[in-house]
Each structure stands twice: as C-alpha cells, then as structure tokens.
Write a protein that binds this ligand. Structure first.
Ligand code: G3H
Ligand code: 13P
Ligand code: ZN
Length: 284
C-alpha cells in the first residue's frame, strides 16, 4: 500500500467514533515499533516527524522509512509533519513525499495564521496532501504559567469557527489544557470548551500533548470529537528506560542491538496500549 492522507484516516475515525494514534518517530527502531504495533492491533496509524526529528534523522531517511513501511504493511499508514512552523518546511515535506503536514501558526495573530495556513493549503490540496492547523497555544509542561495565563492560551470556540470558515482546513489542533512533555501533576482538560468547539466547527479535532493524560480523559475527549491523538513523550520514556535498564544491568554491553532491541519492544507495547485506548484496534 502507498501512504494515505490523514484526512482519509480521520474521516473513517469520525464515523467509527474512535481516534487514530499519531506517534512521533526519531529513528528506525521507533518507526518499526509504530508499524509493529499497528499491525499487531490491525489499526490505521499516523507516523509523524517533528522538525527536530527531521534534523536528527534526515528528511529523506524519514520519508524512505515510512514509504517502505507502508509498502510492506497491511494497515493504512500516513506520514505527517508535526508542528511545521514555516511554509518552506511544509513544502519540503510535501516534495519529499509526506502525505500530510501540520502548519503550526499558533504563535501568529489569527489573521496571519489564517493567511499562512491558506498558503500551505493552496499547494497541498492540488497534490492530495492533507493539512492540520493549530489554534490556541498548546505549550509545554515546563511553561511556568498562572491559571489566567493558561486560560488565555486555550482555543476560543468562536475563533475556531472563524478559522475553519476562512481556511476549510482538514484538521484542527486545539488547546484545551494539555501540554507537551511530562506533566508535573494531573492535566485538567477543558471538556466544556471542546464540546463548544466541536458543536460549531465541522472538522476533525486533534489532541496534542496526550502522553500522561489519564486514559479516561482521553476516551472522553474522543467521545466529544477528538479523532487524532498525538503521542511522543510516552514513547520516549518507554524507549529510553528500556535502554537504560539494559545498560544498568550490564555495564559491559556494547552491542547496539542488545540495547535498542528491548527499547523497540518497549515502544511497541506502549503504542499498542494507546491504540487500544483510542479504540482504533481492528479498524484497519
Ligand atoms: O510536539 C512536540 C513533539 O513532542 C516533538 O518534539 O520537537 O523535541 O521532536 P521535538
Ligand atoms: P506528548 O509528547 O506530550 O505526547 O505530545 C506529543 C505531541 O503533541 C506531538 O505533536
Ligand atoms: Zn504537538
């Protein structure tokens, strides 16, 4: 199979009332873990790469690995740029063969975000690449902010409607209280806000910063209209902790396969668990 668009996967997810997992990759072992998990669960899956991942692994390597995975695989796979912050980055990924890109204009004004998202859409649409945008600021768990500051970062439902009306974007990432990275306490999601957004915005909703969000909260967010759930930190934890365990237990170990093999297995297990929580198992 060749790579499919995120739009195709999310349309089915909306109908089936489940969410597709979008898992960040940095290297071959993580790509393999994502595919192994999706195949074991017979689930559609999104492999995504951030600018940092592309810088680390190389754009052509990421595209090459994902394309190979899709060709060999029995499940539908999309390759998505995560948090692209410029028109140029999105174009480079489209040219390389990504089936989907995110243009993250959350640091721009509403008008600028709309204008830049539309620029990306004008190129992506004719070549069959889907586009995710972000409205509101998702931020990181390390951000030291007050409750009022946090509320000011969350997505305004009316703005979300205006954004979608003026772009007709394929998917919208919203800020409803999640953050990227490891949470210090338990994240509190603003479900009321999510409900209001979904009631007036007819577009698949994306949840970022989903590692560390309790399973029940994820399920509730999916029931209220989230159809793409992004996970990175939980994979990093599983992968690196497994490497650390091998090295700690055997300081003389020098075979990368003995260190990275268990890491790949640990990542696969975490991803399988997430796929089941999202209800995407059996949906390939
Ligand atoms: O949303 C952020 C992702 O976790 C990617 O993080 O930029 O460190 O690769 P990164
Ligand atoms: P976490 O690292 O918190 O899972 O967030 C991932 C994400 O949102 C990638 O865009
Ligand atoms: Zn994100």
């Amino acid at each position: 199979m060749s790579l499919v668009t995120v739009t195709e996967l999310l349309q089915k997810a909306e109908q089936g009332k489940y969410a597709v997992g979008a898992f960040n990759c940095n290297n071959m072992e993580i790509v393999q873990a994502i595919i192994a998990a999706a195949e074991a669960e017979n689930a559609p899956v999104i492999i995504q790469a951030s600018q940092g991942a592309i810088k680390y692994a190389g754009l052509d390597w990421i595209t090459g690995m994902a394309k190979l995975a899709a060709e060999k695989s029995s499940v539908p796979i999309a390759l998505h740029l995560d948090h692209g912050t410029s028109f140029e980055q999105c174009m480079q990924c489209i040219r390389s063969g990504f089936s989907s890109v995110m243009f993250d204009g959350s640091k721009l004004t509403l008008d600028e975000n709309i204008a830049e998202t539309n620029r990306v859409l004008a190129v992506a649409r004719p070549v069959g690449v889907s586009v995710e945008a972000e409205l509101g600021k998702i931020g990181g768990t390390e951000d030291d902010i007050t409750v009022d500051e946090r509320d000011a970062m969350l997505t305004e439902p009316k703005e979300a409607k205006e954004f979608v009306d003026r772009t007709n974007v394929d998917a919208l990432a919203v800020a409803i209280g999640t953050a990227h990275g490891q949470y210090k306490g338990e994240p509190k999601l603003d479900f009321e806000r999510l409900e209001k957004i979904k009631a007036i915005v007819n577009v698949p909703i994306v949840l970022h910063g989903s590692s560390g969000v309790p399973d029940e909260a994820i399920k509730k967010a999916i029931s209220l209209g989230v159809s793409k759930v992004n996970i990175d930190t939980n994979i990093r934890e599983a992968f690196t902790n497994a490497m650390r365990k091998v090295i700690n237990e055997d300081a003389k170990q020098i075979d990368p396969r003995k260190v990275l093999g268990p890491a790949r297995e640990a990542a696969t297990e975490v991803i399988r668990e997430k796929i089941r929580i999202f209800g995407a198992n059996g949906k390939a």
